[in-house]
Design a protein around this ligand. Structure first.
Ligand code: FDA
Length: 458
C-alpha cells in the first residue's frame, strides 16, 4: 500500500471528478483522483465495437449546456449536428406508420390539442421551478406526493396524449415508469433543461455530438492531470476524526492510502454505500441515500453499410409510446460512410427483454426498429446493446432520481458536506441535471467550496 499526501482526493474520474480536479489544480492545489475502473469517463465511454465507433454512454450536447460547451472549447473539441433532414416517423397504437415534420406527433386532432395544452401547462409550471432548489416551490411537497402518471391523469383523459407527454420525461429522461417518480421530479427534469418545450424538441435537446466522441472530455482532462489520476483503484474506506476535523481525511483504495485535507465523492449517490466510513455517515445521509435510485435504459446501436433511411427521405428520428424502442435517431458518426441508428428501450420494457436470451432480445429490438425504418433495419453489420445495469460502478442509466416524496424531503441536503467529505455528480445538479453539463457544474462548484475550506484552514 503506497502512501500519498495531497490537498484534495477525488473519488471517481467521471466528468464531475475530473472537472473538480482540474479546477483545484488551476488554483494551485495538489490532487489525487482515485478511479475504480481501468478507464476514465464513468458514464462517458466511446468504444470500438467490431470496427464501429460507438457512444456507449452519453453523447449529445444541447445549446443551453454552457458549462459543457465551455469545456469543449477549452479542450479544443469540435462538434457536429445530428442528421435531421427529411421526415420523422411516428407509430400509432394500431401499428400505423405515420410520417411527420416538426415536433408535434401526427395524432388525432383532439389528442394533438391535449398534447399542446399539456406542453403549455408544463411550461408554465416549469417556469416557476428553480432547478437549483425545486423543493423551495410553494407547492413542492404536494407536487412531490403525486406521481407524474397521476398528475397527467388530473389534466387529461386522453391516453395517447398522456403516453406521449409521459414518454418525454419517463422513457426519454428519468428512464423510470411515470408511476415511479413524482410530478415535482418531472418538473425538475424539465427545469434543468430550461423548459418542457426544450425536452420535446429533439433538435434542441439532441442537437450536437463531439467529433471523436464525448469521452474525449474526460480523456483530455485526465491527460492534463497526468499521474494524479490512478486507475483500477476502487475506494474502500474513508476515515476521519470528527473530534478534530482539521486533521484531514484518509482515503484507502486497493493500492493507495491517501492523506488529504478534503475528499470529494464524485460518483452517483447509489454507490456511496460501497465505501466504509469511519465513523459511519450521519443518520440523515444513511436515510437520504436510500431514497435515490438509478433509472434504467438500454441504448442500442445498429450499424449498416449505408444510412439507407436517408434515401427514403427519412431523418432517422422516430418515436412511439407503443414500440419497444420508444425513440430512435440517426447516430451516424462524423464523416462515416456507414449509417448508424440508435434506439432506446427503457425501464420496464428493458427488464422484460433482459429476461430473454441475447438472440431473442436482439430480434425483438431490431423488429421494433424495422417498424420505423423498414425490413433493412433488421440486418445491421454491427449490433450493440449498452448494458449499464451490469456495470458495477454505475448500476443503471442514465442517472439517479429520488423516489416519491424524496425530492421535497431530502433534496436540499444531498450536496451538504459531512466533515471533510464533499459530494458532486450530475445526479445532484440543478441546471444540467442528469447530464454531462450538470456533472461539470457540480465539479466546478465542489472545487470552489473545497478551495474556500482549504483557504479557511491556511
Ligand atoms: P460518473 O458516473 O460518470 O462518474 C463517476 C465515477 O466514479 C465513475 O468513473 C466510477 O467508475 C467511479 N467510481 C464509482 N465508485 C467508485 C469508488 N468506490 N472508488 C473509485 N471510483 C468510483 N448526458 C448528456 O449530457 N448527454 C447524453 O446524450 C447522455 N446520454 C447518456 C447515455 C447513457 C447510456 C448514459 C449511461 C448516460 C448518458 N448521459 C448523457 C448522462 C451522463 O453521461 C452522466 O450524467 C455523466 O457522465 C455523469 O458524470 P459524473 O462524473 O457525475 O458521474
Amino acid at each position: 500500500m503506497e502512501r500519498i499526501d495531497t490537498d484534495v482526493v477525488i473519488v471517481g474520474a467521471g466528468a464531475s471528478g475530473l472537472t473538480a480536479a482540474t479546477e483545484l489544480v488551476k488554483a494551485g492545489r495538489d490532487v489525487v483522483v482515485l478511479e475504480a475502473r481501468d478507464r476514465v469517463g464513468g458514464r462517458l465511454w466511446t468504444g470500438d465495437v467490431d470496427g464501429a465507433m460507438l457512444e456507449i454512454g452519453g453523447q449529445w450536447v444541447s445549446p443551453d449546456q454552457d458549462a459543457l460547451i465551455e469545456t469543449l472549447d477549452e479542450l479544443g473539441l469540435e462538434t457536429y449536428e445530428r442528421y435531421r433532414e427529411g421526415r420523422n416517423v411516428y407509430i400509432a397504437e394500431d401499428g400505423e406508420r405515420r410520417l411527420f415534420e416538426g415536433e408535434i406527433f401526427p395524432v388525432p386532432a383532439r389528442t394533438e390539442g391535449e398534447i399542446v395544452g399539456l406542453i403549455e401547462k408544463l411550461d408554465q409550471l416549469v417556469a416557476e421551478i428553480d432547478p437549483e432548489q425545486p423543493w423551495a416551490h410553494p407547492r413542492a411537497k404536494e407536487l412531490d406526493e403525486i406521481s407524474f402518471a397521476e398528475w397527467l391523469g388530473t389534466q387529461t383523459d386522453d391516453e395517447e396524449a398522456k403516453l406521449n407527454i409521459g414518454m418525454f420525461i419517463a422513457g426519454a429522461m428519468l428512464t423510470k415508469p411515470t408511476h415511479a417518480f413524482s410530478a415535482l421530479q418531472a418538473l425538475l427534469m424539465a427545469a434543468s433543461a430550461g423548459s418542457f418545450s426544450n425536452l420535446v424538441d429533439a433538435d434542441f435537446i439532441l442537437d450536437k455530438r463531439v467529433v471523436g466522441g464525448l469521452q474525449q472530455v474526460p480523456l483530455r482532462l485526465a491527460e492534463r492531470l497526468g499521474d494524479a489520476v490512478k486507475l483500477g483503484q476502487p475506494v474502500r474506506t474513508i476515515r476521519w476524526n470528527p473530534e478534530s476535523p482539521d486533521a484531514g481525511v484518509t482515503v484507502v483504495s486497493d493500492g493507495f492510502e491517501v492523506h488529504a485535507k478534503q475528499v470529494v465523492l464524485a460518483l452517483a449517490p447509489i454507490l456511496y454505500d460501497r465505501i466504509s466510513y469511519e465513523p459511519p455517515l450521519p443518520r440523515l445521509q444513511h436515510q437520504m441515500h436510500q431514497h435515490v435510485s438509478m433509472g434504467f435504459v438500454i441504448k442500442v446501436h445498429a450499424v449498416y453499410e449505408t444510412p439507407f433511411w436517408r434515401e427514403q427521405g427519412l431523418s432517422g428520428t422516430a418515436f412511439s409510446p407503443y414500440e419497444l424502442s420508444h425513440e430512435a435517431y440517426d447516430n451516424t458518426n462524423h464523416g462515416d460512410t456507414r449509417g448508424t441508428l440508435v434506439g432506446f428501450v427503457s425501464d420496464e420494457a428493458a427488464d422484460e427483454v433482459f429476461r430473454l436470451s441475447a438472440e431473442e432480445r436482439k430480434q425483438r429490438i431490431l423488429e421494433s426498429l424495422s417498424h420505423y425504418y423498414g425490413e433493412q433495419a433488421k440486418h445491421p453489420v454491427v449490433y450493440y446493446e449498452s448494458d449499464w445495469g451490469s456495470e458495477e460502478w454505475t448500476r443503471g442509466a442514465y442517472a439517479a432520481s429520488f423516489d416519491m416524496g424524496g425530492l421535497a424531503r431530502y433534496g436540499a441536503d444531498l450536496r451538504t458536506p459531512v466533515g471533510p467529505i464533499r459530494f458532486a455528480c450530475s445526479d445532484m445538479a440543478g441546471k444540467g441535471y442528469q447530464h454531462v453539463d450538470g456533472a461539470i457544474r457540480m465539479g466546478r462548484l465542489v472545487a470552489a467550496q473545497a478551495l474556500e475550506a482549504l483557504g479557511a484552514r491556511a
